[in-house]
Design a protein around this ligand. Structure first.
Ligand code: ZN
Length: 428
């Protein structure tokens, strides 16, 4: 349904931008998303209290570098947005390597990778570089003086987030939430952003759905907290949700359950992954990771799980420059988008029916149902029909039936649609 190449192309477009939890990089990202889908932007002023937090000053960076005594830029933000510690305070100084060294971050175990570091909520500054760059700096005479410049501002401004709502027949909502604050990192989380965006575009072009769909693009933690603070009452409309992250890498799927662990979204995700024949693991909720922990906090307790492939912090490329455009593939992105779409289909199609001929099995032949079956190419449809007839007591939902019958949800749903058309089922 969604072309993996199109998802990858959107990731490529967003990749060079230096994003953060506030600032022009975040706005530029939302502007590009807005070129694909009509998102609404919200700007919340710095200093605004949001739940137990405060919207921070806006950070913008124009340039950052360390230049050696010959004026050569030995660390250069223009080459990679990860070179500057995100949210660094401005600096303009001349210092020796010994003075600079506490502000430098490298990864000795992966000497060609640049780490990703942030200094949110604790004013400081720094540079990230490869271990090879750091080793080269150590070759210079110890009294060599370096020009150190971070041309940044931390000033009153705004926090920006974007959202698209696709109204359904119900006010009940399904939330798809992605964090949009990481700079040049492809899997975490341009993969989630691009899949959410192109899925939203595809669904917006399709028929109206039962649930209202809300696609939220907000900076991690503070963005979700800001959204929740501004939608405290409306948040209860969210009946199902997922955060999407790390969906383009080569690892098997991981679905992290919502706090409750048995919400429809948890069951839908488990069902889809099992029937897709894709390697996957299901893990329980823990209060770390992405914004599912904000949505799942006790005051809100929204049933929001998290879909990913590689797990947060568990693969070496995570939060390094190795999470680049080659780390995510169009084929895996397309597969992930399909899984998300199928989970949404299960959530939207799950409902309870009542068998209108509950005394004995209805005679299918005289109603033309066997002929109707012949007109489809859905495997297991006949068995699915018998299951739906048997289980539709007004209490048991189609997902309950699919789980019990060990049949894919689309077959159960197609059987229910057919039975309804032949007046054998009514919505409970
Ligand atoms: Zn991250």
């Amino acid at each position: 349904m969604i072309d993996g190449a199109a998802i990858h192309a959107l990731i490529e477009e967003l990749y060079p931008i230096c994003r953060s939890i506030t600032g022009q990089g975040l706005r530029e990202t939302l502007r590009i998303i807005g070129g694909r889908i009509p998102i609404q932007l919200t700007e919340v002023p710095s200093g605004t209290p949001v739940l137990d937090w405060t919207v921070p000053p806006e950070w913008n960076v124009r340039d950052a570098f360390v230049a050696d005594p010959d004026g050569r830029r030995v660390i250069d933000f223009r080459r990679h947005s990860l070179h500057v510690v995100n949210y660094s305070t401005p600096v303009r100084a001349r210092m020796t390597l010994a003075e600079l060294r506490p502000h430098l971050h490298a990864l000795p175990a992966h000497p060609d990778w640049i780490p990703y570091r942030t200094s949110y909520y604790a004013e400081s500054w720094g540079f990230c570089l490869t271990q090879r760059q750091l080793d080269a700096l150590g070759q210079a005479p110890p009294d060599a003086a370096y020009d150190v410049v971070i041309d940044s501002t931390l000033a009153p401004g705004h926090l920006t987030y974007g959202e698209l709502v696709l109204p359904g027949q119900l006010e009940d909502e399904i939330l798809i939430s992605t964090h949009v604050c990481h700079p040049s990192l492809a899997d975490d989380n341009l993969s989630g952003i691009a899949i959410s965006t192109l899925l939203a575009r595809a669904l917006a072009a399709g028929p109206r759905r039962r649930h209202t769909l809300r696609f939220l693009y907000a900076p991690g933690t503070i963005g979700a907290i800001t959204w929740l603070a501004r939608n405290r009452d409306r948040a209860a409309r969210i009946k199902h949700g997922m955060t999407l992250t790390c969906l383009g890498d080569g690892h098997p799927f991981t679905y992290k359950r919502s706090v409750g662990g048995r919400a429809p979204v948890d069951r839908a995700a488990a069902h889809v992954l099992a029937h897709a024949g894709l390697a996957h693991q299901l893990i329980d909720f823990f209060p770390y990771g992405y914004d599912e922990r904000q949505y799942g906090s006790p005051g809100f307790r929204l049933p929001v799980g998290s879909l990913m492939r590689g797990r947060h912090g568990m693969f070496p490329e995570y939060h390094t420059s190795a999470d680049d455009l080659s780390f995510v593939s169009p084929q895996r992105l397309a597969e992930s988008a399909r899984v998300v779409a199928e989970i949404l289909d299960v959530l939207d199609g799950d409902r309870r029916y009542r068998n209108l001929q509950p005394y004995g099995e209805p005679q299918l032949g005289k109603r033309g149902l066997y002929r109707a079956l012949g007109g489809t190419n859905i495997p297991d449809l006949q068995m699915a029909m018998l299951w739906v007839l048997n289980q539709s007591d007004g209490q048991t939902s189609l997902l309950d039936i699919a789980e019990r019958a060990a049949l894919p949800f689309p077959a159960i749903r197609a059987a229910a649609d057919l039975l309804r058309e032949h007046d054998l089922l009514a919505e409970a």
